[in-house]
Design a protein. Structure first.
Length: 202
């Protein structure tokens, strides 16, 4: 697929992701790999306990959810987190926001990097095993004119590099890869690739 980048080879897209700090096979960058599986033995239980302290306003938090650092959760509507979710706020707080009528649904095994902001005025869904890098912005409404919002759907196993912006109304198919710095809108087919600095639109 070449939704926005002019037919780049899969290898070059993977190389760009590695340079951007996001694993080529969707394993996430350094921050996202440090989910407690390695390092001091106390890291994983501490992260699990902090999840209860920091995520209590969510409507649902799945088993084994973990937080590193302190995220910001503003749940005016409905925030749901699946099992094995990791929020990495060590280098900057992850922000999860649902408006009064909004629903933010994050699937199982999702990893979210530092300083990433996800906002649902209406509806944002993030599929299982998706990797989201640092400093990403995912919002279903414009900051200046939130209005009713336009739903965002991100499929299973998607990889978003650092600094990716996902605009209102975007649909990203399962297994798609968006390299660092890209802004995406419209529809990205399953398994598609979006290159850095490119806008994807229908």
């Amino acid at each position: 697929m070449d939704s926005a980048g002019g037919g780049a080879a899969p290898g070059s897209a993977r190389a760009s992701l590695v340079r951007a700090g996001v694993g080529a096979e969707g394993s996430g960058g350094r921050e996202l790999r440090e989910d407690g599986a390695s390092g001091p033995p106390w890291r994983r239980p501490v992260a699990a306990l902090s999840a209860y302290a920091y995520l209590w306003t969510c409507r649902r938090v799945g088993a084994r959810a973990r937080t590193f650092g302190r995220p910001v959760v503003v749940n005016g509507g409905n925030v749901e987190l699946g099992e094995d979710v990791v929020l990495d706020s060590r280098a900057g707080r992850v922000e999860l926001v649902a408006g009064r009528r909004g629903r933010l649904a994050i699937g199982d095994g999702v990893r979210i990097g530092p300083s990433t902001r996800i906002r649902a005025v209406r509806y944002v869904e993030i599929g299982d095993r998706t990797r989201i890098g640092a400093r990403c912005v995912i919002s279903d409404a414009d900051a200046d004119d939130p209005g009713e919002g336009s739903e965002i759907w991100i499929g299973d196993g998607v990889t978003l590099g650092d600094g990716v912006r996902v605009l209102p109304g975007t649909v990203i198919g399962a297994g798609a890869v968006v390299v660092a710095g890209a802004t995406v809108s419209g529809r990205i087919p399953a398994g598609g690739q979006v290159l850095a600095g490119a806008d994807a639109a229908p």
